[in-house]
Write a protein that binds this ligand. Structure first.
Ligand code: PAF
Length: 289
């Protein structure tokens, strides 16, 4: 079936009606699609008969000093990716179509939206959850797919769906990495060659933490030992040119994003965020303690 591009909600309704019977999977994106998005689209196809992709750079989730205006917009290339991956509908609304000029109500991400990533980006997760809920209401998918790379976003979307009884199943997709370990991100396009060398410290730090966690099963390292191993890599990268400027490194409960206790057992997320040059990057790894 040919790809339909719906530029507003009326066109989306029409395209959705024309899909015919079967399960619908939604993959919400902000465009600038890369190999990581392709993996989300492929996973979506495994879970549904029709895949709808939204391409919308959501102004609500960017802070005043963030990269909304320079965020990469590559719509024609995005459409080619969607065509190649068998997407049925691309929903690409304007901001005016998405948000009423006098809008008042939005989703609150609660306390969990104000910690870790949310502490550095006030209001970010409220903006994410608001647009995601609107997309769920407009597309009415059976299933929606999100990347594990944005681990706190994924956890909050699961929380919203549970707390607000949203009738959609959420599927998390593993992070896709470059062969050298760099997690794929639309923001990687901002990195110079020197930036990229420094940026590799993020995944290296996570691997160092994971290695310590692996060893900890035989000995006892615990959260402090895991964080020390990861921090040592980040501290070294703070002396690179350009330096890595750490925002946070945390070993968090995957459901709440609270720091894990010393005696925590089971899954924990080792999450990191840092600035390299003018680019802010995040990454994470799920560990079993
Ligand atoms: O992860 C993203 O690209 C965005 O936060 C999302 C989920 C598309 C909402 O704008």
């Amino acid at each position: 079936m040919d790809l339909t591009v719906a530029a507003d909600r009326a066109a989306l309704d029409k395209a959705r009606d024309e899909l015919g019977p079967g399960r619908i999977a939604l993959v919400p994106t902000m465009g600038a699609l890369h190999e990581g998005h392709r993996s989300l689209l492929r996973l979506a196809r495994e879970h549904a008969d029709h895949v709808v992709v939204s391409v919308f750079v959501n102004p609500l989730q960017f802070g005043p000093n963030e990269d909304f205006s320079r965020y990469p917009r590559t719509f024609d290339a995005d459409l080619r990716v969607c065509e190649e991956e068998g997407v049925a509908v691309v929903f690409a609304p304007s901001a005016e179509d998405m948000y009423l000029p006098d809008r008042q109500v939005q989703v609150s991400a609660g306390g969990m939206g104000g910690v870790v990533e949310g502490a550095f980006r006030p209001g970010h997760f409220d903006g994410v959850l608001t647009v995601v809920l609107k997309l769920f209401n407009l597309v009415r998918p059976d299933v929606a797919v999100f990347g594990q790379k944005d681990a706190q976003q994924l956890a909050l979307i699961r929380r919203m769906v549970a707390d607000l009884d949203v009738p959609v199943s959420i599927v998390g997709a593993p992070t896709v990495r470059e062969p050298d370990g760099l997690a794929l991100s639309s923001r990687n396009r901002y990195l110079s060659e020197a930036d990229r060398r420094t940026a590799l410290a993020l995944s290296r730090a996570l691997r160092a933490g994971a290695a310590r966690a692996g060893a900890a099963r035989a000995e006892i390292a615990g959260p402090a030992g895991i964080l020390d191993a990861a921090r040592a890599v980040l501290e070294e990268a703070a002396r690179f040119d350009p330096p890595l400027l750490l925002d946070y490194l945390i070993l968090a409960d995957p459901a709440t994003f609270a720091p894990v206790a010393d005696d925590h057992r089971g899954e924990a997320i080792l999450a990191v965020a840092a600035k390299v040059g003018t680019t802010r990057l995040i990454d994470n790894m799920v560990l079993t303690l």
